[in-house]
Design a protein around this ligand. Structure first.
Ligand code: NAD
Length: 339
């Protein structure tokens, strides 16, 4: 990452995209941010994130949907990004049970448009969001990138797995360097209103009960946003030819320099939902009224990340525990919503 070509971040108005843009802009990089500003959750929160990014002179925003094939193609050719980080997607496991087409459109057709854009604009490295959900109900802990993960429990998870397969074909056929990052339950300031920590904080502050699925026994490898951003930035810097596994996976010498990589990025310290709620109660100074519920369709009972491939490749592994990260989220929440 040394050229003056810009970095293209899709999903720039989203939770992770916003933080990544802010980090790269602070580092002095030219960033083009793309987002459709969809209404999956509060658009005002997305606008507030964008307002902050627009304060940087090295930022340019493009209001485009990944599914707009011609506009995406033109944007890639006119921008000629050095690196693309694809974070735009229809996120959320439960929503995929009732709105499956949104996942096919954004995460499959939209992702194909990103791959084609990368191919024709000679992008140096495509880094894209995958998800811990692709491990499905695997009981082999921690989840390793070396284990097969072929039994997703939701269409969301299936679409993320499909992204990995699609990326592999573009690495193989066209020499496009790709790295898929399987994120594990990300949280932090400017976080997503559809995710548990946000929903719980809002309800507890309003004196309302919280629905605690799987009776609080769900286990998640919660990952603080700064660790995710650091992991992405380190991966972006990876040279295109450093993956020793690639050559054995792709005997065709014409493609032997094209790496296809997958890493987990997880907090490295799984905790039970009940423990998360305790830490949140301490940070808020209020007790939750828990409505204990069974596990929901599509949900996986446990996640736990083996991050050794990330550490080997970049020297980095996530470090921030929930006891530090949750109070930071609460401080932001109270300041932002003035509660
Ligand atoms: P987010 O919903 O906050 O951000 C995604 C952004 O993409 C949104 O601003 C949305 O408007 C935009 N978008 C959606 N569809 C689009 C389209 N078709 N064209 C253009 N823009 C579109 O989600 P996030 O938490 O920032 O997640 C970023 C990525 O990481 C997603 O791919 C998500 O699936 C993945 N991921 C997130 C988590 C997590 O815990 N947050 C975990 C695993 C994977």
């Amino acid at each position: 990452m040394t050229s003056s070509r810009p970095i293209l971040i899709t999903g720039a108005a989203g939770f992770i995209g916003f933080h990544l843009c802010e980090r790269l802009l602070s580092d002095g990089r030219q960033v083009v941010g793309l987002d459709s500003m969809n209404e999956y959750y509060d658009v005002n929160l997305k606008r507030a994130r964008l307002d902050r990014l627009n304060g940087f002179s090295n930022f340019r925003f493009e209001h485009v949907d990944l599914t707009e094939r011609d506009r995406i193609s033109a944007l890639f050719l006119s921008t000629a990004p050095e690196v693309v980080v694809n974070l735009a997607a229809q996120a959320g496991v439960r929503y995929s049970l009732t709105n499956p087409h949104a996942y096919a459109e954004s995460n499959l057709s939209g992702f194909l448009n990103i791959l084609e854009g990368c191919r024709h604009a000679s992008v140096g490295h495509l880094v894209y969001a995958s998800s811990s959900s692709i491990y499905g109900g695997s009981t082999r802990m921690p989840f390793s990138v070396h284990d097969s993960a072929d039994h997703p429990l939701s269409l969301y998870a299936a679409s993320k797995k499909a992204n990995e397969l699609m990326a592999h074909t573009y690495s193989h056929l066209f020499g496009l360097p790709t790295t898929g990052l399987r994120f594990f339950t990300v949280y932090g300031p400017w976080g997503r209103p559809d995710m548990a920590l946000f929903i719980f904080a809002k309800a507890i502050l309003a004196g309302e009960p919280i629905d605690v699925f799987n009776y609080g026994n769900m286990q998640r490898d919660f990952t603080y946003i700064d660790d995710i951003v650091e992991g992405i930035v380190r991966v972006m810097r990876q040279p295109a030819t450093s993956n020793p596994d690639w050559k054995s996976a792709a005997p065709d010498p014409a493609t032997s320099n094209a790496p296809f990589r997958i890493h987990n990025i997880g907090g490295n310290s799984p905790v039970q939902l009940n423990r998360l709620i305790e830490v949140l109660e301490d940070a808020l100074g209020r007790k939750a009224n828990r409505n204990l519920m069974p596990i929901q369709p599509g949900d996986v009972p446990s996640t736990s990340a083996d991050v050794s491939s990330l550490e080997e490749a970049t020297g980095f592994k996530p470090k921030i525990p929930i006891e530090i990260g949750v109070p930071r989220f609460v401080k932001w929440y109270r300041d932002f919503y003035r509660v």
